[in-house]
Design a protein around this ligand. Structure first.
Ligand code: ATP
Ligand code: MG
Length: 892
């Protein structure tokens, strides 16, 4: 049965049983600051389970895209772990519970194929339950008829679920299928989890848990008033079972990628492996890793993740790099993604058509990342190989943390790769030291940014404020000041009743005109007057959706919770920010017009009078395109279009052609901002009322900020005008200095630079001639040192290295060839002394060697041959000593 068909059956079965079919949320977990990616079907329903939001339905079903990075090391080595997979799930919010959840799962799993079921053999199914969950055992045994010897009690680690924070928790029951003796040992899930493969987990949310960091020990506060069901069935796992293949890398949605990789690298998949995953040949494991990771990368980029050095982007980067390295270990050295990614697309687009539509953008990121990584690999491997060789030569078992850090920091060589390569060579890496260096670097970089953003990762204080008072209304779209009430005061995660003059606190109002930083737009500034007290707003953030906090200082009097307040934003700042935001939309739209639809926004900053706009495009944008973009944007300003915002459904917005951004999660109702008919975008920001208010947009420059991502910066309004005025002043000043009209400044500068360069070259020539001119005199001054003519001399500072060498040879040439001769020339440059030694034929016949003499004088450093050699790197003051040493060595 094809994977898409299993998915269809799953949803149809639960829909027929009263469940609402809910689409998958995007992979990035946007609403949860503690989670990078959605890792289970229940994630998008968390607010319902926590009772924060009333569920719009009592039963739901979904097939959720998920990423589980902790499983990355299992990929290919077990038969059942993917980094990306799809989780079928059914959910009950205070509706049915244990009994019906078990019955539904059993009926779908064992129901006849002809009647829409999955047709599993019930005699091969095992169930696990939590230690004391006798109720579940009873249901499995008495109602379903599962014999007791196929029901296994397991402990908290495996069969008790909680989110790690106060809230619902409860026992689980998992369904396993016995795949038969060729997959491993007899004895049930506790003996072999690969033979007995878990395919479905049923979670019974029945209790409420208290706080506690420990995974297994936390207080259970009591029964939940409304009990919930959350289940997860791995679509790939059930597909591998129903398709009769050994593991989930061999199912219809994955296997073609694996086959293409085998074909490219000339490997025969499975030729040397048994059915059980632990009997796999390393090459087969690599092929599976490739297939899994390429598919995962496709899905991640498809959902708007782009390669980066931290966060979600780093997960993607790591997965892509692991895939690329696995291909290379199989002997393929050319770019591999152009071969593999289209296969993954063809596997997945029947279920996710947007992957095919968006393939150009997706592939640009993937291919660009591979090219960049191959370059890094070439560079880093040489250096790493050297470090490995050095470590081995000196009998070491370990690469230092410092070496690993330099590789990472200077050459962009990822630590996991360093670890892998070192391990292949039988070496370890001092990871503690590496981690220390990394933390140090990170601390330096983040100290600043951190202080400004939400100070502490524990959001529970904010959640409490939100729960106690409901959503904070943002009224700043249509007003700049308003009356409200101080709902709460917070400091370091603790509530306060009052704050005194001079204190820095977070202040929450019931409603506010202050815009919280978001969507690239900088926060508002301003003041909040409370009774006799005054609060200066320095930052505004939304740490949890629905809550707006003002961060700032009490500048006068006292501020108390419950008091009436008057909030007033800094209108000048807001206007300048709004102008920048509207300008960003215009730049975005115009870039797309010039560079194609795929030039979508990848990030932005809207600050007072200034914007930064990051967008996706494979290469640099030429100066002429930038100029045209700027001209067109300014033309739109002059057309003085009306800026209009309205709320509509997501579907309607899309049909209007509104541009949605990746990585943003939109609800059913969205806000659309349009600038006349020119630009239309989903946006929650504030804007100018008409494009004419922007006055002027000046694009400053364009640069690269990562593979496939470019950045333009621009000034808006007064800032743009002031910039141009300054530039004009500068050109006028230069024109004055050069005594030419403004238009001729460039030409004159060019001319002057050329003339200067010519003069420098001339000077160098003269200096060299002067040095060479001395050659004859120096040859004449040769002294006899133990039967050898020796010349030792130092050249004037600044003589080029080439000239020093030529001079040494020149002097040597002027000493009669029959006479053994050694010429030593010392030079100083950049605080260091260097030495060149030349020996003639007769000298070499006497056993003298230029290279030995240089090495002798420089304690082993230096290079060359018996005829001519050089070296350096010692302190400048040692120059005379070098000559003396050479002389002493000859005399010996
Ligand atoms: P395992 O112990 O086998 O890793 P799990 O206990 O981590 O599984 P759950 O967290 O209960 O799994 O997830 C629910 C279902 O999702 C599992 O029953 C399984 O079918 C599927 N699943 C879990 N992890 C993966 C994975 N890495 N790749 C594919 N499917 C998975
Ligand atoms: Mg797991």
């Amino acid at each position: 049965m094809r994977t898409a068909e299993i998915k269809r059956r799953f949803l149809a079965f639960f829909e027929a049983n009263g469940h609402t079919v809910v689409p998958s949320a995007p992979l990035p977990a946007i609403d949860d600051p503690n989670l990078l990616f959605v890792n289970a079907g229940m994630v998008q329903f968390v607010p319902y389970f926590l009772g924060q939001v009333a569920p719009p339905y009592q039963r739901a079903t979904s097939v959720q895209k998920v990423i589980r990075t902790p499983d990355i090391d299992e990929v290919g080595k077990t038969s059942r772990h993917g980094t990306f997979f799809q989780m079928n799930g059914n959910f009950s919010f205070g509706d049915y519970f244990k009994e019906q959840a078990i019955a539904l799962a059993w009926n779908l799993a064992t129901g006849p194929v002809a009647e829409g079921g999955l047709g599993l053999d019930g005699d091969r199914i095992w169930a696990t339950v939590y230690l004391d969950d006798d109720e579940a055992i009873d249901i499995w045994h008495r109602q379903v008829g599962l014999p007791l010897d196929r029901i296994v009690r397991r402990g908290k680690k495996d069969n008790f679920w909680s989110m790690g924070i106060p809230g619902p928790c409860g026992p689980c029951s998992e369904l396993y299928l016995d795949r038969g003796p060729e997959y491993g040992k007899e004895g049930g899930p506790e003996v072999d989890e690969d033979r007995y493969m878990e395919f479905w987990n049923l979670v019974f949310m029945q209790y409420e848990r208290g706080p506690g960091a420990d995974k297994e020990n936390y207080p259970i506060l009591g029964e939940l008033p409304a009990k919930n069901i959350d289940t997860g069935m791995g679509l790939e796992r059930i597909a591998s079972i129903l398709q009769g293949v050994d593991n989930l890398y061999e199912i219809d949605e994955v296997r073609p990628i694996l086959d293409r990789a085998a074909e490219m690298t000339g490997k025969v998949y499975g030729a040397h492996s048994g059915h059980a995953a632990n009997q796999s040949h390393p090459d087969d494991v690599r092929l599976r890793v490739i297939a899994d990771h390429v598919r995962t990368a496709l899905m991640l980029i498809g959902d708007g993740v782009i390669p980066a050095n931290d966060g979600r982007g780093y997960v993607l980067r790591r997965i892509l790099r692991r895939a690329i390295r696995a291909v290379r270990l199989l002997g393929w050295n050319a770019p591999a993604l152009p071969e593999l990614l289209p296969v993954a697309r063809d596997c997945m687009s029947p279920s996710y058509p947007e992957l095919a539509e968006d393939y150009e953008r997706i592939s640009q990121y993937a291919y660009g990342e591979e090219e960049a990584f191959l370059a890094t690999l070439r560079q880093g491997t040489v250096i790493l190989d050297q470090a490995v060789a050095n470590a081995k030569r000196s009998g070491g078992q370990q690469l230092s943390g410092d070496q690993a850090f330099t590789l990472h920091d200077t050459y962009g060589f990822p630590i996991d790769l360093t670890l892998e390569i070192a391990a292949e060579q039988g070496l370890s890496v001092d990871q503690e030291e590496f981690a220390r260096l990394m933390t140090e670097q990170r601390r330096r970089a983040k100290a600043d940014a951190q202080a400004r953003k939400t100070g502490h990762a524990d959001l529970s204080a904010y959640r409490e404020v939100l729960e106690a008072g409901g959503k904070v209304e943002f009224t700043g779209y249509h007003e700049v000041s308003r009356e409200s009430r101080v709902r709460a005061l917070l400091s370091g995660g603790n509530g306060l009743a009052a704050a005194e003059e001079g204190e820095t606190v977070e202040l929450v109002l019931d409603a506010t005109p202050f815009y919280a930083e978001g969507g690239g737009q900088q926060p508002d500034g301003g003041t909040i007057t409370v009774g006799g007290g005054q609060f200066e707003v320095l930052d505004v953030q939304s740490p949890v959706p629905g809550l707006i906090i003002h961060r700032g200082r009490v500048v006068r009097g006292q501020v108390q919770v419950g008091e009436d307040a008057f909030a007033e934003i800094d209108v000048t700042r807001r206007r300048a920010i709004s102008r920048a935001h509207t300008a960003t939309h215009l730049v975005h739209q115009t870039m797309r017009a010039f560079l194609g639809e795929s030039a979508t926004q990848a990030g932005s900053l809207n600050a007072p009078g200034r914007l930064r706009f990051d967008f996706n495009t494979p290469g640099p944008v030429s100066a002429s395109v930038l100029h045209d973009v700027e001209a067109q944007v300014n033309e739109v300003l002059m057309s003085d279009l009306e800026v209009h915002a309205f709320i509509t459904s997501l579907a309607e917005a899309k049909s209007l052609g509104a541009v949605a951004l990746f990585g943003e999660k939109y609800g059913d109702q969205v806000r659309v901002v349009e600038v006349g008919d020119y630009a239309r975008e989903l946006c929650g920001g504030t804007h100018a009322a008409r494009s004419g208010q922007l006055g002027l947009v000046k694009i400053l420059h364009e640069s690269s900020i990562g593979s496939g991502v470019r950045r333009v910066e621009a000034l808006v309004g007064t800032d743009a005008f002031e910039f141009l005025a300054r530039e004009h002043l500068l050109v006028s000043r230069l024109a004055e200095l050069f005594r030419v009209p403004n238009e001729q400044v460039a030409e004159r500068v060019e001319h002057t630079v050329t003339a200067l360069r010519d003069a420098e070259k001339e000077l160098e020539k003269l200096r060299a001639a002067a040095v060479m001119g001395n050659a004859a005199g120096l040859a004449d001054s040769a002294r006899d040192v133990g039967g050898v003519s020796f010349v030792g001399t130092e050249v004037p500072p600044g003589t080029g290295a080439n000239d020093v060498r030529t001079l040494a040879q020149e002097i040597r040439g002027r000493i009669p060839a029959a006479h053994p001769a050694v010429v030593a020339v010392a030079a100083r440059a950049g605080g260091k002394a260097s030495l060149v030694v030349a020996v003639n034929g007769a000298g070499r016949d006497r056993g003298l060697s230029a290279s030995d003499l240089v090495k002798g004088a420089l304690s082993g450093r230096g290079g060359g041959n018996a005829d001519l050699a050089q070296g350096g790197g010692v302190p400048e003051a040692d120059a005379p000593k070098l000559l003396a040493t050479v002389e002493a060595l000859i005399a010996r």
